[in-house]
Design a protein around this ligand. Structure first.
Ligand code: FAD
Length: 521
């Protein structure tokens, strides 16, 4: 981060000295995970510079199939991003701003190709919001330097988090590794400096006379097909398009609806997977169709809350969940090695994961065939919807890493390969929590009992019956544990498997493995 901050300062100086944009020299905004027009800081700054100099503005998005491969990006997420680009292109066109989409096969060539495009367009000024994954930060730094070496400027802006990473420190000047004090500091910072979450200016339409300076072929650039290996079948397209309509308008509509109808009950109902009590905004946040600032402003306004400590309990609890996303981004910036397959709690790297049938166990987990109904229902929901409820994400992650003692990283990658909201920081954060290897984790000895979780959070079995049709006819509490509660023959006839492991015995094995790794045996 410090390398980047230095680069940011360097370019700020260069921007002041550089030849300004003009009618013939457009300003370029490089879109990444900020696929929206409204409340987009770097885009708004790019537009302001263009307006001041009567210059056109060009949007650029780079499709990098190798990046999607490297990040295990799910086909459903790739499809969602491409559809979001279609909406963005239409919205930008209404403002006389073209969106050019460039596919670059070799990811290392991305910075160079951007510079070539800028040369073609005679552009000297590039703007972008920062992304915080290590690869992205490296690319950003390279771009900043490349621009500087060629007499161009690149302005990078903190946008995605409410409070920029690196700004919140403990009394001892250290970065926070525990959520609760971090969240207190987050709220305090927003209270003390309301500008920290100032919304970006709305974009003013580019006049027709300025738009006409741009080559016509820049408008209406085709949105590419998903690359091979990331394509959906026709049936999947139909299903996911219905479930996840893309774009900024859909994100705003969901936010409004949630604030109107569900937020007040959020605190009481958010843990029940059958209740549809959460916002389902995660894919929109992950693609940047909406951002934390807009959420805080809109939700505070609708809840008539004068601060993040006022308003209804539902509002306060929801904001505290939204803030987890920011927390994990801060964590990633502070400890980037967590995105390189290394656990934050380094001693857990020594855990001896099970080698006993672990491939078969992992396979059963992925397909929802472990014999634990709550786990299987959640895993099948993931395959069908590309999404899973937070409570069940915790249950299945705990089950894989502790009951099955399968390396949590396999589960983390499986999630990325199937989630429509896959986000490096939140996913590693969530897995780190549930598997007790991350920042501010669940203590290793707290091992979820899947049956008790099921009875508590899906008491009437509605969620299980929805996703496991073979168990739909099992009545009463037996739904949570059919083989031990008198519904075994029914479950067997329906082809539902027996439990892969005995929870109590598995728990003891996991405790021993975790203790041994940390030298506590
Ligand atoms: P809501 O409850 O409505 O919350 C609103 C928003 O706040 C969410 O959209 C999300 O952006 C944020 N949020 C809420 N809870 C969390 C949390 N615990 N951690 C981080 N952000 C949170 N979230 C992702 O966006 N992408 C992931 O890849 C991801 N992987 C996860 C893996 C595991 C093992 C676990 C336990 C959690 C993971 N989460 C992830 C966090 C959380 O489960 C989802 O954000 C949430 O379920 C999305 O549903 P929602 O939009 O209805 O959430």
């Amino acid at each position: 981060m410090s390398v980047l901050n230095t680069a940011v300062k360097e370019t700020a100086k260069q921007l002041a000295k550089a030849e300004p944009p003009s009618k013939e020299s457009p300003v370029v905004h490089f879109f990444k995970s900020d696929l929206r027009v409204h409340d987009n800081r770097a885009l708004s700054q790019a537009r302001a510079l263009a307006k001041e100099n009567e210059a056109p503005l060009v949007g650029l998005y780079v499709v990098s199939p190798q990046d999607w491969e490297a990040h295990n990006t799910a086909p459903v997420r790739v499809d969602f991003m491409l559809r979001t680009l279609t909406v963005l292109q239409e919205d930008l066109a209404k403002l006389n701003i073209p969106l050019w989409i460039e596919t670059v096969e070799d990811r290392k060539q991305v910075p160079r190709r951007i510079l070539e495009l800028m040369d073609t367009w005679k552009a000297r000024h590039l703007f972008a919001n920062l992304e915080y994954e290590p690869d992205e930060l490296r690319r950003e730094t390279k771009l900043v330097r490349l621009c500087a070496s060629q007499g161009k400027t690149m302005t990078v802006v903190h946008d995605t988090c409410g409070v920029p990473p690196g700004e919140l420190v403990t009394g001892g000047g250290k970065q926070y590794s525990v959520y609760t004090p971090w969240f207190r500091a987050f709220k305090q910072r927003i209270h003390d400096d309301e500008h920290v979450i100032d919304q970006a200016d709305d974009l003013v339409k580019v006049p027709d006379s300025i738009k006409e300076q741009l080559p016509k072929e820049l408008f209406g650039c085709a949105i590419p097909e998903a690359p091979e290996g990331k394509r959906l079948t026709d049936e999947e397209k139909k299903r996911f398009h219905q479930m996840w309509p893309a774009g900024e308008h859909e994100a705003s509509a969901r936010l409004e609806k949630f604030c109107k109808t569900r937020i007040d009950e959020y605190a009481d109902k958010r843990d029940f997977p059958a209740a549809s009590a959460t916002s389902a905004l995660s894919p929109y946040l992950a693609s940047g169709a909406i951002c934390t600032r807009t959420i805080i402003h809109t939700a505070s306004d609708r809840a008539k809350a004068s601060s993040l400590d006022s308003g209804s309990k539902g509002f306060r609890v929801w904001i505290s969940e939204v803030a987890w996303r920011d927390f994990y981004k801060h964590v990633l910036v502070n400890w980037p090695f967590i995105a390189m397959n290394k656990p934050y709690k380094y001693e857990t790297a020594n855990i001896e994961w099970s080698t006993d049938d672990s491939d078969a166990k992992f396979e059963a987990w992925t397909q929802g065939r472990t014999g634990y109904p709550i786990v299987d229902a959640a895993m099948r929901q993931l395959l069908h919807e590309g999404w899973m409820h937070n409570r069940t994400r915790m249950i299945v992650a705990s089950f894989l890493s502790k009951d099955l003692l399968v390396d949590w990283r396999r589960g983390e990658q499986w999630f990325m390969r199937h989630l429509v909201d896959g986000d490096v920081a939140s996913n590693i954060g969530g897995w780190g929590f549930a598997a007790s290897v991350g920042v501010d984790p669940q203590p290793y000895f707290r091992i979820f009992n899947p049956y008790l979780q099921s009875e508590k959070f899906d008491a009437d079995g509605k969620f299980i019956r929805q996703w496991l049709p073979e168990l739909a006819r099992i009545s009463g509490k037996a739904i949570h544990e059919p083989y031990a509660r008198g519904a075994g023959s029914q479950a067997q006839k329906a082809g539902y498997p027996k439990p892969l492991v005995d929870h109590k015995a598995a728990r003891d094995i996991a405790l021993a493995a975790y203790k041994k790794a940390s030298g506590k045996e």
